[in-house]
Design a protein around this ligand. Sequence first.
Ligand code: GDP
Ligand code: IMO
Ligand code: MG
Length: 430
Amino acid sequence: MQNIVLVGTQWGDEGKGKIVDYLSEKADYVVRFQGGNNAGHTVIIGDQKIVLHFIPSGILRQNTVCMIGNGVVVNIKALFEEVKMLQKLGFQVTPENLRISENAHLILPYHIYMDILAEKNRGDQKIGTTAKGIGPAYADKISRTGIRMSHLRDMKDFEQRVRYNIEQKNTLIAHLYKDEVIEYQYVHDEIIEFRDWVLPFLTNVSTELRQAHHKGKKVLFEGAQGTSLDIDHGTYPFVTSSNTVAGGACVGAGVGPTMIDGVIGVCKAYTTRVGSGPFPTELMDEVGKAIAQKGQEFGATTGRPRRCGWLDGVFLSHAVWVNGVTDLAMTKLDVLSGFETIKIATSYRYPTGVTSNAFVSENDVLEKVEPVYEELSGWEVIPKDCTSLAQMPQTVQKFLSRVEEIAGTRVSLLSTGPDRRDQIVIHDFF
Ligand code: GDP
Ligand code: IMO
Ligand code: MG
């Protein structure tokens, strides 16, 4: 396999960063294709904890080139701070190993402001966004008034475009939100500080990937968020504003679908969700609390506690289909250690009494379904010295083969702890 897409199969935070870090050892390029700094991808190397928001997790490998594709929305101030953080830790980040699409859209200060105001306005219907300006930045892109990275090359043109946007937004702010309006000077001052720094990173990512392909390079596409947060295939409107599914890699990086050789779906052994919206397998009891505590389930971007529940096989099977998952990477198996029994939802029971294992996209229906569980024996502990599936407790092996049956695809990677080394490879990549 030469070109692999990696995506989250749940509501994000499946451990994508950790798996990307492992795969980057062999990948020549790692490319982000959607989302922005709403993502928080954690890699733990010994006593170093690194959380990446924009930059692909491949940046921690010396010979890997990282790219931010056209499908990403970029806040250049936050990007600058991320680069400085990495440089402080001793990682090299230069235009040689980080390339940014000139077609990627900018997240500007007014997007963050609009994100916060819109959430306030939604009241108890709030989405629980990360307040990073993601939705408003994508809204401008789709309405064709967005500002691209390339627009930074001509500040006169930039000013004209931004002033037009500000005028529109100020009408909304003054009349609907009844709040303080935005001044152009504020946006200008924040951008001008980072403009000269960012320009050398800009490129045409699609063209560079074409050249890389012709040289036989290996490319890993790093998804952010998860399938249930996809704007089309998730629990709309409690979703993010991009296509998080594997198909998004083609659109958000500029490669055709026939280029993709495999799709890795990262899946936690249980489920978590940050923000509002339906969550059929959510546990409001002591078990949910125990999982949250053992799994240290707090948002890597906002620090908010993550809601926890059992693995949802109905959703996983849907995720495998919409992403075309060829291999699953199962993470956080260690967190479930110590439970006498472990549950997987295999179907939903509707208020009418009917049960079905088909995915439901309407929120009001999803809120009312009751998961039907299959109970499996748990495992006491995952021995630290396990290096192969055969050395894993029998109950873990049974759990995994049941997951494979439900998902309809094989499990190829296992993660048994947060550290870079806590990994078991069943089928390798690249
Ligand atoms: P991402 O957004 O998908 O990259 O995931 P996050 O980094 O937001 O959240 C995953 C969290 O789980 C991070 O704190 C990781 O360090 C941690 N993690 C990843 N894999 C494992 C695992 O197998 N076991 C444990 N205990 N922690 C893990
Ligand atoms: P990673 O890449 C988990 C959630 C937010 C909110 C919804 C919309 O680390 O898995 P947004 O700011 O995107 O408009 O918020 O999406 N969300 C995430 N949840 N992991 C993420 O990213 C997320 N990115 C956004 O909590 O419910
Ligand atoms: Mg995360």
